[in-house]
Design a protein around this ligand. Structure first.
Ligand SMILES: Cc1cc2nc3c(=O)[nH]c(=O)nc-3n(C[C@H](O)[C@H](O)[C@H](O)COP(=O)(O)OP(=O)(O)OC[C@H]3O[C@@H](n4cnc5c(N)ncnc54)[C@H](O)[C@@H]3O)c2cc1C
Length: 394
């Protein structure tokens, strides 16, 4: 019979939400165990575009109001962490771009007037021209307007490696999760047959959370998933671009981020409207054709003959929404010792951890237990997640 473990906070799911929370709790002196069934960040987190939104995108369709402070403050929280002076030491995380750009390919679309008038945007957007343009847009044939947003883009693989280091010995590979009850009360979890007792249990398992709740005999909070069909392009001739390209509608027509592949080439990662409903309905070959057409029309000077393409399907997991999705806050619900939530954005991982810490403080949960780290160190540890382009476009 494997030995039992006691810890202050047991977290299930090591995407950005679980890893960020884990590192913050450890820094506050809590003992933690973070259980992951596959790889660290290997689901939504490593498939994200790495944009640390301040919410400007949402102002395009008026969903961001002046009261939505949580997301507006995220770029500052991340910048401080990246410089080593914030709530976590993320000096090992690579910054890919100090700014994300808003790019209007033609004349300014009418809906941008209210966008620029919005309180959330004022003072945070500057127009750039000439040499200040992102490298991929510096071409004589380029027409359109480009605005610099005070948002950053990070390299997610290096973030995951950094957070894994901050996790020390708290990481545990584990697949089979069952409730550990004391009478009626949940006092911990049984992970692959090993009892782990904890003062609080946090489920931050992304799309896996609904099944975990089911395994614990619960059906709340309800979860929804929204699919995306992303496109990757890899080529030695591609130059960096981090931008939302605007179409006529409220969502960016295409959002392009650029990521370094292990062989030194750049990978363009394409999301936005291209990857939503119509894109989800397309087969991969048709989705690649649609992406090639977009690039040919928006960036006609890019030679596509040297570019290799692939697509990736992935679901975003969030709390079920009856009305308007609120993209500007993380979500957390509690039931006795159990806390369950979704950050809803990579950028909102700090907000997710704030919410958990506020619950611990409200309930008077202080660091108490000494997890037997020697014991954990002997157990299997989950590997780091691998970017999709390394698997699909090696
Ligand atoms: C294509 C795409 C692009 C995006 N781009 C951005 C962006 O640019 N900026 C931004 O802010 N947000 C972005 N997002 C959203 C962002 O990626 C997610 O909100 C965020 O990564 C969610 O983190 P998470 O930790 O909740 O989930 P995940 O990263 O999915 O992690 C959950 C973890 O739980 C594990 N798990 C599941 N079930 C179990 C179980 N039973 N036992 C143990 N472990 C389990 C999984 O293996 C996984 O590692 C994007 C999302 C997608 C899909």
């Amino acid at each position: 019979m494997p030995s039992a473990i006691s810890t202050d906070v047991l977290i299930v799911g090591a995407g950005v939400a679980g890893l960020w929370l884990n590192a913050r709790l450890r820094r506050l002196g809590y003992s933690t165990v973070l259980v992951e069934r596959a790889s660290l960040g290997g689901e939504q987190t490593i498939k994200s575009q790495g944009i640390i939104h301040g919410g400007t995108k949402y102002a395009l369709h008026g969903a961001l109001t002046g009261a939505s402070e949580a997301i507006a403050d995220m770029p500052r929280r991340w910048r401080e962490a990246l410089s080593g002076s914030g709530e976590l030491d993320l000096t090992g995380t690579r910054l890919l771009s100090d700014a994300h750009y808003l790019w209007s390919p033609g004349t300014l679309a009418g809906n941008l007037t209210s966008f620029f008038a919005s309180k959330a945007v004022r003072g945070r957007v500057d127009q750039v021209k000439g040499e200040q343009l992102p490298p991929a847009l510096q071409d004589r044939a380029f027409k359109g307007k480009v605005y610099r947003l005070a948002e950053l883009v990070i390299d997610v693989p290096s973030l995951l490696a950094n957070l894994a280091e901050l996790a020390g010995d708290s990481l545990l590979a584990g697949e089979r999760i069952e409730p550990l009850d004391d009478g009626d009360a949940l006092v911990g979890l049984r992970v692959d047959g090993r009892d782990i007792r904890a003062q609080r249990i946090v489920l931050s398992a992304g799309a896996g959370t609904a099944d975990l709740l089911h395994a614990l005999g619960l059906n709340q909070p309800a979860m929804q998933t929204r699919p995306l069909h992303m496109v990757m392009a890899k080529g030695a001739n591609l130059k960096p671009l981090y931008a939302h390209c605007l179409g006529g509608g409220p969502k960016p027509r295409v959002t392009i981020t650029t990521h370094p592949a292990a062989d030194g080439q750049w990978v363009w990662y394409l999301g936005g409207d291209l990857a939503e409903a119509d894109g989800v309905a397309r087969e991969p070959a048709a989705q690649i054709t649609a992406a090639q057409k977009e690039i040919a029309s928006l960036l006609p000077w890019v030679d596509q003959s040297q570019v290799r393409w692939a697509t990736l399907r992935v679901d975003r997991a969030e709390p079920a929404q009856s009305g308007l999705v609120r993209p500007d806050n993380a979500f957390l619900a509690d039931q006795q010792r159990l806390l369950v939530g979704w950050p809803t954005k990579l950028a909102l991982a700090p907000d997710f951890s704030d919410r958990v810490i506020a619950h611990l403080e409200r309930d008077g949960i202080r660091p108490q237990a000494q997890a037997d780290l020697a014991d954990l160190a002997d157990l299997p540890r989950p590997p780091l997640g691998v970017p999709a382009w390394e698997q699909l476009l090696p």
